[in-house]
Each structure stands twice: as C-alpha cells, then as structure tokens.
Design a protein around this ligand. Structure first.
Ligand SMILES: Nc1ncnc2c1ncn2[C@@H]1O[C@H](COP(=O)(O)OP(=O)(O)OP(=O)(O)O)[C@@H](O)[C@H]1O
Ligand SMILES: [Mg+2]
Length: 186
C-alpha cells in the first residue's frame, strides 16, 4: 500500500483519420484521430466515455504536456463523475465517483512509478472491475493490469495539434468499431 493515495475528490470535435498503422503481425490495429485543440481533446474523451464500461482500462502515453490529463477531463465529463480531473501532484491516483450511478473514473498518474511492480502496490485491482481506470504514463507499466485495454498514444506536433493513436487490445475492444464510433462525432 506504499503508494496508495486514493483521494476522492469532488471532481470539440475530433476528426477521425483514415490512416492505420500495421503491427508486426501486419494487422492494422491503430485508429488515429486528430485533436487540434484542447477542447477537441476533451471531446474525444467524451466520445470514448460513451463506449466505456465498468472494468475498462485505458493506458495513456505521450510526452510531457501531450494532453493526457486533458483527454481524461473529457472522459470524466462524459462519464459524469464528481470532481475536477487534474494532474495529481502528490497523489498517484484519484477516484471520481459517478454522479449518475455509472462507473467511477479512477485516474492514475504513473509518472513517478518505477515499473509494473510499483503499480501493483496501488491495489488498483480493488477498483478495476467496477470502474473505468485511466493510467497516464502507463505504457510499459500498466499493461499487466488487464488483458483487455485501450492503449492511447498522444503525439504532439510542432503546430501544437495532436494525433491520438488508439490501439485496442483484447476481445473487449475487438468488438468495438472504433473508427465507426468516432466517425461522424464532433
Ligand atoms: N489537442 C490539443 N491541442 C492543443 N493544446 C492541447 C491539446 N490537448 C491539450 N492541450 C494543452 O496542452 C497542455 C498540457 O495538457 P495536459 O496537462 O493534458 O498534458 P499531459 O499529457 O497530461 O501532461 P503531463 O505529461 O504533465 O501529465 C494544456 O495546456 C492543454 O490545454
Ligand atoms: Mg497529465
């Protein structure tokens, strides 16, 4: 429980792109979406909230200031959770309960964690099943938490726009038509 610091706080559009990235297996599994502004990033989070179910794990990666927290804010808006979603400074994770009887949003910042062993210390499995769990800086750290996950990598461009790469992993996400779900939104 060393890193357990759960604190319950009272907590536009995106343009789907057609390019996909082939994996080593040759199967295109990445859907890329442009988010030109921070509001577009929140809108993408809200869009994904409509697909989210209890037990879902979203792993966010991307450089400092990429927009990971901004995306999570939109997700929190879409899930109608309590409290503002912010970059935690001293806490590793926060639980935002639902205001409408849906899943809570568990927002984790793994920036200071050394690796998969340390994320185990947070006891996320206590909340994983009933919540939507988002791990910022989760790449290489949080994959072991769940077989099914949505890996989201945010790329920041010199013109300050972002490309958001969505990689579904596991049967839960395989059944979701991400391009279809995100097309026409916004
Ligand atoms: N798509 C976007 N276009 C332009 N600005 C954006 C976009 N998304 C986020 N921003 C802005 O970038 C800044 C950093 O965003 P944010 O805090 O969400 O990044 P982060 O990836 O969580 O950072 P950190 O690595 O520190 O956790 C904020 O000022 C936010 O408004
Ligand atoms: Mg952040």
């Amino acid at each position: 429980m060393r890193f357990t610091a759960h604190r319950t706080t009272t907590a536009t559009s995106c343009e789907p792109m057609t390019d996909t990235t082939a994996t080593t297996t040759g199967v295109p599994d990445v859907h890329a979406v442009t988010a030109a502004t921070d509001e577009a990033m929140r809108a993408l989070g809200r869009d994904l909230a409509t697909l989210a179910r209890p037990g879902d794990l979203l792993i966010l990666s991307g450089p400092l200031g990429a927009g990971k927290t901004t995306f999570t804010q939109g997700l929190g808006q879409g899930l109608s959770v309590r409290g503002s979603v912010t970059s935690p400074t001293f806490v590793i994770s926060r639980i935002h309960p639902s205001l409408k009887g849906g899943p809570a949003l568990v927002h984790v910042d793994a920036y200071r964690l050394g690796g998969p062993d340390e994320i185990d210390d947070i006891d996320l499995d206590m909340t994983l099943t009933d919540s939507v769990t988002v791990v910022e800086w989760g790449e290489g750290v949080a994959e072991g938490l769940a077989e099914d996950r949505l890996e989201i990598r945010i790329e920041r461009h010199t013109d300050d726009t972002r490309t958001v790469h969505l990689r579904p992993v596991g049967p839960r996400w395989a059944e979701i038509d991400l391009p279809g779900a995100l097309a026409g939104r916004g």
